[in-house]
Unconditional design. Sequence first.
Length: 503
Amino acid sequence: MTKTVNHWIGGKPVERAAGASGTYGSVTDPATGAVTTRVAFASVDEVDAAVAAAREAFATWGTSSLAKRTAILFKFRALLDANRDAIAERIVAEHGKVHSDALGEVARGLEIVDLACGITVQLKGELSTEVASRVDVASIRQPLGVVAGITPFNFPAMVPMWMFPLAIACGNTFVLKPSEKDPSAAMKIAELLSEAGLPDGVFNVLHGDKVAVDRLLEHPDVAAVSFVGSTPIARHIHATASANGKRVQALGGAKNHMLVLPDADLDAAADAAVSAAYGSAGERCMAISAVVAVGAIGDELVAKIKERAEQIKIGPGNDPASEMGPLITAAHRDKVASYVTGAAAEGCEVVLDGTGYTVEGHEDGHWIGLSLLDRVPTTAKAYQDEIFGPVLCVLRVDTYEEGVALMNASPFGNGTAIFTRDGGAARRFQLEIEAGMVGVNVPIPVPVGYHSFGGWKDSLFGDHHIYGNDGTHFYTRGKVVTTRWPDPSDAPAGVDLGFPRNH
């Protein structure tokens, strides 16, 4: 029987009244292709109801003590830790990634909850005394009000946790619009927040499509919008929300490169390339999708990558033996496959062709195998586009300088990596490469929670990266207070404050 996922507004799930406006979407199990869930798509009225609940809650939450906020977050963290498997199971059922990947996603989200639990340090103000005679100046940070998060399908638990823990710790209330393709993880998180004692209306969940997104972007009571997704949508989010006077952080797409120098440990580089390109079926914005091989090592490196890729076991995410699961939808699977089937005509050497792959007993699932393309020209679509699937391109260059120039010519600048034994080369690379996150012998350089995540160029629209110190600054605004008080000895005649008047 198909279940229905409704919105979470004002501290509880809200069922749509008969005859009310709004449509529904379908959620499939990627391993079987079967529709398992019906999800409510928010109407304008339902968006307005969620924002109104958040605005009402902000009246008290925004002035509540830091001790109260962090106490609730500590309880939430304990509940989140105890429910890791329950959340991971929902991710596997709707996204398709293997259970270990889903657990890793929850663990990375927990890092930001940890950061939010210790938010008191980040929210400390500053004080300068006697800047002039009896004049003091203080700087403080205050919450914005109602803020919104619009998150992608590939990390339905982690990416929301990059946003709302810091937002609510800073005193804001939050409206989350998760991906309509895998909505259940967000609902479980809402339940846990309520169980932890979060007041009604502080955290709300709206499901839906462009109708819900556009209303959030234009709503006068939404002060800020956080977004993670593709570059075209990130550009639209930034332009539209900014035009409506909102603060925006919009993280876009990527084409992450890994430069492999001739002195690199090729076994380590091949291991890294396989895990970074094909982990989570390549459906992550930090996936390595382009390896740039320098000099004569290309043939040996490609052979090592091929050998490892052929050993990856593909199957349902709930099978402990599976190392890679299906793609999120059949349409996305077909789009990813098109880059491989058209690669040879664009000058690529197809080393591995994963199209047409299927899993016995799950023939209707959204399956695709691992693909490896060698000697890829920069004019090929497989190189130029963010594929978001298990397709790895290998490009050949003669020198370090040629490799860096190729990488810097990309319109994206999310993450990048270099593999080398030479510290001087690594140091030069981290200064010369035009990307927001750099790994040295680390293929996926996602920062820990107390550093901020974000790219350059077409990978980020807005001035703030996400989480870390940038996250705290994004969800608060600064205020400077200048005060002058007369000395008590200057009190009017007849008012005795107990201070001598001849000091």
